[in-house]
Design a protein around this ligand. Sequence first.
Ligand code: ZN
Ligand code: ZN
Length: 454
Amino acid sequence: MKFRQPTDQELWFLPLGGSGEIGMNLNLFGHDDCWLMVDCGITFERQASGENQIEMPDPDGAQEALRSLVGIVATHAHEDHIGALPHLYKRFPKPIYTTAFTAGVIRQKFQGDALTPELQVVDSYSSRQIGPFKVTWLPITHSTPETHALLIETKAGSILHTADWKIDPAPVIGPPFESSRFRAQNLPPISALVVDSTNALKTGHSKSEYSIRAGLKKAIAAATGRVIIGCFASNIARLQSIGQACVETDRHLALAGRSLVKMSGIAKSVGYLKTDFPEIPLSHLGYLPGENALLIATGSQGERGSALWRLARDQHPDLALNSTDLVILSAKTIPGNDAEVAALVRGFQAQGAVVLSAETNDVLDLHASGHPNKDELSALYDIVQPNLVIPVHGEPQHLAENAKIAKAAGVASTLTGRNGDLFVCSNPALIKRQWVKTGRLVYSQPDRSLIKQL
Ligand SMILES: [Zn+2]
Ligand SMILES: [Zn+2]
């Protein structure tokens, strides 16, 4: 199909990554000869060797749109939303708009690179005119701080892009989910609601981060020796909850793993983890009595070389486990990592440690997902009352189920497609299938180049 630019009467959505798959989100919105990028992420593909390969959307098929790009918005600091920026930014070096925490994470990713991105730091609830797009940042609850839904207003209509979200009344860090902000009567007419579908197959409502705070506190308080917790480094609320539990149970904590040190440093630089986070250097932890010591470690997916991986093999330079230690895996096992996580657990148990895993002990409230289950999706459709829902951030079965939930909630139409499809959101709403060619680029570690995946 011949590429043409959107007119001032048209509002388009063109996903290059993240629609029809989970990971590497890259979304484009088109209006009045201009395009706006929302997120630019990577995905990790497990190789037969056990190594994770970094892959990202190949933007070449949308070159003509990218030539008229007016800016990039990063909704939050997860790798599947910002991880490709250091790799792809030189192809479309436009200002990146985001809030302080996410900006800190992006800035760190570019450290040592010749090209420094232009970062425009915005506040929650503020609006920016980016070319013909007026973008408003609406805080939404997720599993990393400062995740924002985006209201994108144009002369041809408005899109509400949820980003990754859940309905959390007590997220520990940041404001709770504020339904009034998303209520139809408080928004302009919405031409399309673009919605995260990750957990559309799960019934009920996701757990609140606050219930995990209570669950972790209970498990830590019951431990008689040292506690080792594996969790995702970007979940700053989880780190804060663990810090609070340490204060309440007379423990000090140390961090093991580069990503934890980086993420907690960025969090502190923008005002998080300032109190109730009794951190000491990792090298000091071994000198404390076990009942006063807690370690937060990276590697909850069993990643080779990570802190938990070394501990499980009794190869960590600073610590060795013993039979009074309690290991808590405060994370879900990402599909495909089951064998690695099972090997971790076996390694801990072989050293006599007791292991509590969120994966196998759901009732203990040791982990909460950052994505909406069925009830939250229905609730959002009741709140926003959109005429059109476009499910994204999911594999085909997640997108189809999310569309079904939207229909059941009374949404008049849904458009379900995949990367490369053009979603026309202005009247009449329709899809032009495979409007641009999409694919993947593979990051080649040895020479830091990108190779087209065949
Ligand atoms: Zn996310
Ligand atoms: Zn995501």
